[in-house]
Design a protein around this ligand. Sequence first.
Ligand SMILES: Cc1cc2nc3c(=O)[nH]c(=O)nc-3n(C[C@H](O)[C@H](O)[C@H](O)COP(=O)(O)O)c2cc1C
Length: 262
Amino acid sequence: MAPLHVRVHAREHERDERREQHLPQLEEQKSQTAHQAATHRRTLATDVPAHATHRSRHCAPANAKPVKLKDSLVRRPAPSSELPKETRLLRTLRAVRRFADRPIPDDVLRDILEVGRRTGSSKNAQPWELVVVRDREMLKQLSQLGGFAGYIAGAQVDIVLVMDSANNAFDCGRLAERLMLAASAHGIGSCIASLFPDENARKAKDLLGIPVARWVRQTVALGYPADENATRAGRSRTVGVVPIGRKPMDEFVSWERYGKRT
Ligand SMILES: Cc1cc2nc3c(=O)[nH]c(=O)nc-3n(C[C@H](O)[C@H](O)[C@H](O)COP(=O)(O)O)c2cc1C
């Protein structure tokens, strides 16, 4: 049986997956409530003077219908249907390793690259370049150059992140994430594929004509998801050796002081 932390994460993950799956229906059910909540908040916002105290701003004005504090929509955390679509995109980004044959249109690919180009970096050094690989034979060769990179062979594109040096690993992570998020906004799935050990990274540089002095470790494989379950690991608790799911929030965040969970 998988270790406890894996099982806990997997349970959380399954719950999140179910939520994602049912989100459209949930949204429909909640949209009326959300609309009422928004109207209610707007009423509060416009009726209460700007100089009102925090407490009074969060209470209904004297002439409003009394609202029991427990039921106050203002004090409750917003339901997901009210969250901005941008954070929904961020929350739902998952690794996709099974891709459809459908090519990625050039303008879409260019938009993803444009998002990457605009990524911030330490001292704005922009210590990076990208090599966009679409050639099937090259994709197959790259797929041999990592411990868990086989899916590059079935991707439409693999973007190889060429960094000035290994000291730019943080910038590299930020760039990779941007590319993945931009892809996701276009409905395109992605997964980071690491080229390792060093010997494999050297082979990749050789294959692609990248100068030896540059640091290459991460690539981002892209493609439209093969099917609607392409982000899911079926009934398995792991993807290969990797556990699925996320730590619960109270193991992730401390408040004010390390270890203070509430
Ligand atoms: C630095 C880094 C390197 C990664 N390298 C690989 C890799 O070589 N092969 C792979 O299959 N996934 C790789 N991943 C993807 C992770 O396995 C994935 O983000 C994690 O399992 C969470 O997946 P999920 O978002 O679908 O839950 C890498 C991710 C990161 C951040």
